[in-house]
Ligand binder design. Structure first.
Ligand code: GLV
Ligand code: MN
Ligand code: MN
Length: 421
């Protein structure tokens, strides 16, 4: 099995060739030499390089390039004012030490699918746009899908102004430093009104396709999910001279809460993860004064998610009281369950049923996406490409060359079916 970007072979299509050369160009950007993972955080140098790459690809194809008020990049074929546009794309930013595929696979596949349609001499009856949504992962400012949330009005300009990164830099200042004027951020209903359908192709972040032996799938729904910040405040003191009995050590209640999260998730058939932590003063020989842990939790339905998070909060409160610790819990973001548009989903299945002999299963996911944000506003669908290990948000994330090309061809078929005569 060869990784897409490490092969010069194509599957014998125009799109395969352009896919591989684009993939190779993008691969080195933002890859850390030690971890080999990607650090493409919103509005940093690596992100700016990815965005320059998107602009170049758009211009090289004679597409009309624009950056919207919220910093999302668009490449248009045809006149957006005509309305009922078909849009495809994903994101180019990453989690800390993320993989190469989560996001970029959808963006690169969008350009490659357009190349494929041009090689088929497809005639477009509707405008087509390719998009790179800004700050999907929320790695820098703590909130996922900032670009699509702003556009959809799910994050207001006032709320966005309050977002800061770990160094205290606000989102507007970071945008400005990267050359984007933050003045006009906020809901963009006129833009959404021009879109008839959005289709996001994404690497699968689980093993369902691998287990069913299929290359490509269609999304049914996204689990409800959110992020909560737990602040455990105790008292800093000397690690060598403070008797155990005299300590107010927030690390203890935090550690017990991590174990409670695992238990609650198991009970509800859900997932709960403390993946990020900040400790003050963060000294080896100091009892911490503050332990701040971020919980990410997701479940198949709202009731289960409420049960898990409620259970974790209750346990955290009890552990905190037992150790003389003050606890604050803040919900930082939340996305309710998303059911993708049934008519569009069926249309994708119908199109792929006639254009390919692939079996294309319909599957749900626990991962969040810009498509999930837009689904509340416009007909939205997703295509997944097989990931043989299911690993994601890690440098080990992978999709095989042939599967990536199958994804490009499936996306081209879908776009042709939706946008062409
Ligand atoms: C984004 O990939 C998420 O699901 O957190
Ligand atoms: Mn992701
Ligand atoms: Mn993604």
């Amino acid at each position: 099995m060869t990784e897409c970007g490490n092969s010069s072979a194509s599957a014998g299509t125009g799109s395969g060739g352009s896919f591989h050369s684009m993939w190779r160009e993008l691969l080195p950007i933002g890859r850390h030499s030690g971890s080999h993972g990607y650090r493409r955080f919103a509005w940093t140098g690596a992100d700016t390089e990815c965005r320059a790459w998107f602009k170049e690809q758009a211009e090289a194809r004679g597409l009309t390039y624009e950056v919207d008020r919220n910093g999302n990049q668009w490449a248009w074929l045809g006149d957006p004012a005509q309305g009922d546009a078909v849009v495809t794309g994903s994101h180019l930013d990453s989690v800390p030490d993320g993989g190469a595929f989560d996001g970029p696979l959808g963006v690169v596949s969008s350009f490659a699918a357009l190349d494929e349609l041009r090689s088929r001499r497809a005639e477009f009856a509707k405008p087509l746009a390719l998009v790179n949504f800004g700050d999907e992962e929320g790695a820098r400012f703590g909130l996922a899908c900032v670009g699509s949330r702003l556009t959809a009005g799910q994050l207001t300009a006032e709320q966005a102004h309050l977002l800061t990164d770990g160094e205290g830099v606000s989102l507007p200042r970071a945008m400005e430093a990267a050359g984007h004027d933050p003045e006009g951020i906020g809901a963009d209903p006129d833009r959404l009104a021009r879109i008839g359908a959005f289709v996001e192709l994404h690497v699968e972040q689980g093993r369902a396709l691998d287990l069913s032996g299929d290359r490509v799938g269609i999304a049914s729904a996204i689990w409800p999910h959110g992020r909560w910040r737990f602040d455990f405040r105790g008292e800093a003191n000397h690690a060598g001279t403070t008797r155990l009995l005299d300590r107010r050590d927030p690390m203890l209640s935090y550690a017990e809460t991590v174990l409670a999260a695992r238990r609650e998730a198991e009970l509800a058939g859900a997932v709960a993860t403390f993946g990020k932590i900040a400790v003050e003063p963060n000294g080896v020989n100091a009892i911490p004064s503050l332990v701040r842990g971020w919980l990410d939790s997701r479940a198949a339905d709202q009731e289960s998610l409420d049960q898990v998070v409620g259970g974790i909060e209750k346990a955290a409160g009890e552990y905190a009281r037992a150790h003389g610790i003050d606890l604050d819990v803040v919900r930082e973001s939340f996305t309710p369950v998303v059911e993708f548009d049934h008519a569009l989903r069926d249309e994708l299945a119908r199109i792929l049923g006639t254009t390919t002999d692939l079996k294309v299963p319909v599957l749900g996911t626990g991962a969040g996406h810009d498509a999930g944000i837009l689904a509340g506003h416009i007909p939205t669908a997703m295509l997944f490409v097989r990931n043989p290990t299911g690993v994601s948000h890690s440098p080990a994330e992978f999709a095989a060359e042939d599967d990536c090309v199958a994804g490009v061809l499936a996306l081209a078929d879908v776009l042709e079916g939706l946008a062409c005569r």
